[in-house]
Design a protein around this ligand. Structure first.
Ligand SMILES: NC(=O)c1ccc[n+]([C@@H]2O[C@H](COP(=O)([O-])OP(=O)(O)OC[C@H]3O[C@@H](n4cnc5c(N)ncnc54)[C@H](OP(=O)(O)O)[C@@H]3O)[C@@H](O)[C@H]2O)c1
Length: 174
């Protein structure tokens, strides 16, 4: 099982404006995200991200979209939508049982923090956009957990977009 976090961020680490705006996320990034979605067995997101995704949800071509929510009335289990309140570790076990081994976590900040706390993130890809927002939604909601990273690659795209790819160093004290 490999869990990759993929997020578009501002140069100061926000993933959306305070009002959930992501119009600043460029087309090049959307195309990259699509590529990662297609190359993953399943994607995982929080309930709020599902809600702001509109017609983009469910993402991908017949891809399993997992959404975490405590709202049981939203829970479903179909070939493209698995809406559940499983804890991150339980969820990954369940996906593994279903033969799904590469999982893409696509936000937002609250669910990212849940997975950070659970210690199950293996790889982090940050698509850094050339802007700074004075206020916004953090990449991770504040949480008592840290990650040490090893830089794997830096790629520069048009529109001054930079992709940072990191491997998570497991069991490192910070
Ligand atoms: N820049 C990017 O790449 C990017 C990507 C994704 C999202 N975003 C932005 O991020 C914003 C949304 O992020 P957010 O942090 O506000 O919310 P979020 O993480 O998308 O969703 C939070 C919700 O997910 C559910 N949840 C999270 N962890 C859970 C767990 N362990 N168990 C059960 N349920 C869990 C809860 O739903 P319930 O309250 O229903 O229980 C929680 O309120 C939007 O503005 C979106 O546009 C940006």
């Amino acid at each position: 099982m490999k869990l990759t976090l993929y997020m578009a961020i501002t140069a100061n680490g926000y993933i959306a404006t305070q009002n959930h705006g992501t119009d600043w996320v460029c087309d090049t990034d959307w195309a990259q995200l699509e590529r990662y979605v297609e190359n993953s067995d399943a994607i995982v997101m929080g309930r709020k991200t599902m809600e702001v995704s509109g017609d983009d949800f469910p993402y991908g071509n017949n891809k399993l979209n997992v959404v975490l929510t405590t709202n049981k009335s939203l829970h479903v289990d179909s070939p493209t939508k698995f809406i559940t309140d499983l804890a991150p570790n339980e969820l990954l076990e369940e996906l593994e049982k279903r033969g799904l081994n590469s999982v893409l976590l696509i936000g937002g900040g609250i669910i990212n923090a849940s997975f950070l706390k659970a210690g199950v993130i293996d790889e982090v890809i940050l698509s850094v956009h050339p802007l700074i927002l004075g206020r916004g939604i953090n990449l991770f909601k504040p949480v008592d957990a840290d990650l040490a990273l090893e830089l794997i690659s830096i790629d520069k795209y048009d529109e001054d977009l930079i992709h940072l790819k990191y491997k998570v160093k497991k069991n490192v004290e910070i």
